[in-house]
Design a protein around this ligand. Structure first.
Ligand SMILES: Cc1cc2nc3c(=O)[nH]c(=O)nc-3n(C[C@H](O)[C@H](O)[C@H](O)COP(=O)(O)OP(=O)(O)OC[C@H]3O[C@@H](n4cnc5c(N)ncnc54)[C@H](O)[C@@H]3O)c2cc1C
Length: 550
């Protein structure tokens, strides 16, 4: 991009050039290391091609456009008949088409809905990590579509009917019955006004009807309303049950999903989140009556992993923007990136992203192996909530600090940082908020205690003699086992995530594993970035790894 170096009144200088037209993969050593360490090194060339494409100025600008032009609900037509459609800007559709072409909604499944096997989870996570650096809103239906297969697995006949359309890679946004479409997307409706965490309080009612159920009630949050079908929870005669609710009834008429309004959200603005009434809406049962939570949790677990990937990806972009700016901006006759305090700050932030990246890809690896390896299944079970807790909570504060590195420029809407900042909190809130994640770790320990303790042991072994690892493991075990463990669970779960990050770094970023352990496990840094005790050499290593010099 060429810029005019003179305005009418003054020369323009000392502004950093835009950070764009970059290879989001090749420029990210932490990501490359984590991908290789977790079995997807063979994808390097394809990931680099993907990273170059998603790192173009055109993609960055399309993301701005998709978020400035928010979706509109068209509840009725001009004559007052219900339409219940949501219109999206073409830029949003463009992202949907791109992500589906790349298989982000389905590449971890075969065409008949079985696990694709290693390293499909890691390879997809690496792509998702890069997409999250550009546009997150459209990833909501992409995430839910890929995750729904986990829940549909309990109904092989239904899955068989839908799998080919779920895994098809040509985006088809037409509002027509699913069986007439090239591909379909799926969403999820659990949250009601009286409770999102406590879904057992759902009041939506499901009554058996011809070939299925008729569902009546409301959902207070149901995102991506133009999906072709939704997994919803409702009270059937036998208790809370999971259902698959299509937008069209089997006879081809529009189903009874009546959208009330769209949420006016802090971020995630390219994506629509609806409030919806179900008026005798037709649905198929998924799993047994009364097993609704047990069934849909398979979907929820996968969506939690995507929350982690999204947050880690956003942190990476914020770091890259901050470091890029600091390398070009001069203050007091010296580049910001060479000012001692800014160097220490950015290095500390880079270390945080190293940990988040390693942890994310290692978690994806567990999902790659969980089907055939009980230890990895236990690892995925225990660490998914812990990692979601830490990474998703770290992102908003991290992005704010990156924003400050750009000074006033970071705070204005034209920069990507303000959008990332508004986007970030949602990953911690939905799909199990922070406290709920800690409760889930406690649940894993109480129900599958032996396997969970074995995971803890493996993490300690992987850390070897790294500082603070054994003490952290002892603290986690003692705190979570105590009678008042619930009250102190946040401290223990945060440590668990740090321990797991250290263990992951021993494989994917051994150059910084000791630094991470020392500053995150042995003597944790202060409440802000830039407070870790890093040597000059460590600062140099971290900065060089974070972004190649221009
Ligand atoms: C942008 C957006 C899109 C969404 N899209 C969807 C969607 O598509 N489908 C869908 O079903 N839902 C969706 N949600 C809803 C979301 O999943 C819920 O908001 C979330 O699960 C929390 O539920 P809640 O809002 O009812 O809060 P509550 O359940 O009331 O929780 C409030 C707080 O209390 C904490 N808490 C809960 N229980 C305990 C406890 N026992 N001990 C200590 N603390 C506790 C929680 O961690 C949370 O911080 C969306 C939300 C947002 C913001």
């Amino acid at each position: 991009m060429t810029v005019e170096p003179r305005s009418e009144s003054h020369d323009i200088f000392n502004q950093s050039p835009p950070y764009e037209d970059v290879d989001l993969f090749a420029s990210d050593r932490a990501l490359r290391g984590a991908v290789a360490a977790n079995g997807a090194g063979g994808e390097d060339a394809a990931l680099s091609e993907f990273g170059r494409h998603w790192g173009t100025a055109a993609m960055f600008d399309a993301a701005r456009v998709a978020n400035e032009n928010t979706p509109k609900l068209k509840a009725f037509d001009t004559k007052g008949f219900r339409r219940d459609v949501v219109e999206f800007h073409p830029a949003y559709h463009g992202f949907m088409a791109e992500s589906m072409r790349a298989g982000l909604h389905a590449s971890t499944w075969t065409r008949d809905g079985q696990r694709a096997g290693a390293p499909s989870e890691v390879a997809r996570a690496a792509r998702y990590f890069m997409v999250a650096q550009v546009e997150n809103g459209h990833m909501c239906p992409i995430t839910m579509t890929r995750a729904c297969v986990g829940a549909l697995a309990v109904e092989p006949a239904v899955l068989q009917k839908l799998a080919a359309k779920i895994t098809a890679r040509r985006y088809d946004p037409r509002f027509i019955p699913w069986w007439e479409k090239d591909s379909i997307t799926l969403g999820m409706g659990m949250t009601e006004k009286q409770g999102g965490t406590d879904v057992r309080a759902n009041t939506t009612a499901a009554m058996p009807a011809a070939d299925g159920y008729a569902i009546t009630g409301h959902k207070w949050f149901m995102s991506a309303p133009m999906c072709d079908a939704f997994l919803v929870l409702a009270q059937a005669p036998g208790g809370l049950t999971c259902f698959l609710m299509p937008r069209f009834r089997p006879d081809g008429s529009v189903n009874g999903l009546h959208f009330q309004r769209l949420k006016d959200k802090l971020g995630n603005r390219s994506n629509a989140s609806s409030e919806v009434e179900f008026a005798q809406a037709f649905a198929w049962r998924v799993g047994e009556e009364g097993r609704g939570v047990r069934t849909i949790i398979e979907m929820v677990q996968l969506t939690r992993v995507d929350c982690v990937i999204s947050s880690a990806g956003m942190m990476r972009m914020a770091l890259a923007q901050a470091l890029h700016h600091a390398r070009h901006r001069t203050v007091f006759q010296k580049k910001l990136a060479d000012q001692p305090m800014m160097r220490a700050l950015i290095a500390d932030m880079a270390l945080e992203v190293e940990g988040a990246t390693a942890l994310t890809m290692r978690l994806a690896r567990s999902f790659d192996l969980a089907g055939s390896d009980a230890k990895e299944a236990a690892r995925a079970r225990l660490l998914t909530p812990a990692v979601k807790y830490w990474v998703c909570k770290a992102a908003p504060g991290f992005i704010y600090e990156a924003m400050e590195c750009l000074g006033g420029n970071g705070y204005v809407e034209e920069t990507m940082l303000s959008r990332l900042y508004r986007e970030a909190p949602v990953n911690a809130i939905w799909e199990g908020s922070g406290n709920v994640m800690c409760l889930d770790v406690l649940r894993a320990l109480s129900r599958e205690g032996e396997a969970a303790r074995a995971v803890l042991g493996e993490l300690v072994n992987a850390c070897g003699d790294l500082p603070g690892a054994r003490e952290a493991a002892a603290f986690i075990a003692k705190t979570l086992a105590a009678a008042d463990g619930e009250a102190h669970a946040r401290a223990a779960v945060e440590r668990l995530a740090m321990l797991a990050a250290t263990a992951a770094l021993t494989d994917s970023g051994p150059q910084v594993a000791e630094t991470f352990a020392r500053t995150r496990l042995a003597s944790p840094r202060g409440g802000t970035f830039g407070t870790s005790d890093l040597s000059g050499t460590e600062v140099t290593i971290l900065s060089e790894r974070a972004l190649p010099a221009a």
